[in-house]
Design a protein around this ligand. Structure first.
Ligand SMILES: [Zn+2]
Length: 89
């Protein structure tokens, strides 16, 4: 299959490919250049707090693993959890 690139550098992803990978309008795709290939793929989703990819729950647009949900649940008033995130938030 070939597709033409438009004047802004865009191409249309074939609908059957989008359906096969469950890609919806406004979804983000990761783009990488690999020698003579441009690779598009759905980003690997990880926990917002620890980047784990296991046992994720989606909260709005974010994903949180069950382990971090438990930490949040068990946190005491005023306690600092996930201190490594303090600089990134
Ligand atoms: Zn986590």
């Amino acid at each position: 299959m070939t597709r033409k690139v438009d004047e802004l550098g865009r191409i249309v992803l074939p609908i059957d490919y989008r359906q096969a990978l469950n890609i919806s309008e406004k979804d983000e795709l990761e783009i990488t250049l690999d020698d003579d290939k441009i690779i598009l793929r759905k980003p690997v989703v990880g926990c917002r707090f620890c980047q784990s990819t296991a046992s994720l729950v989606q909260i709005g647009r974010e994903h949180v693993c069950r382990g971090c949900i438990q930490k949040l649940h068990d946190a005491k008033d005023g306690e600092v959890i996930f201190p490594a995130m303090a600089d990134s938030l």
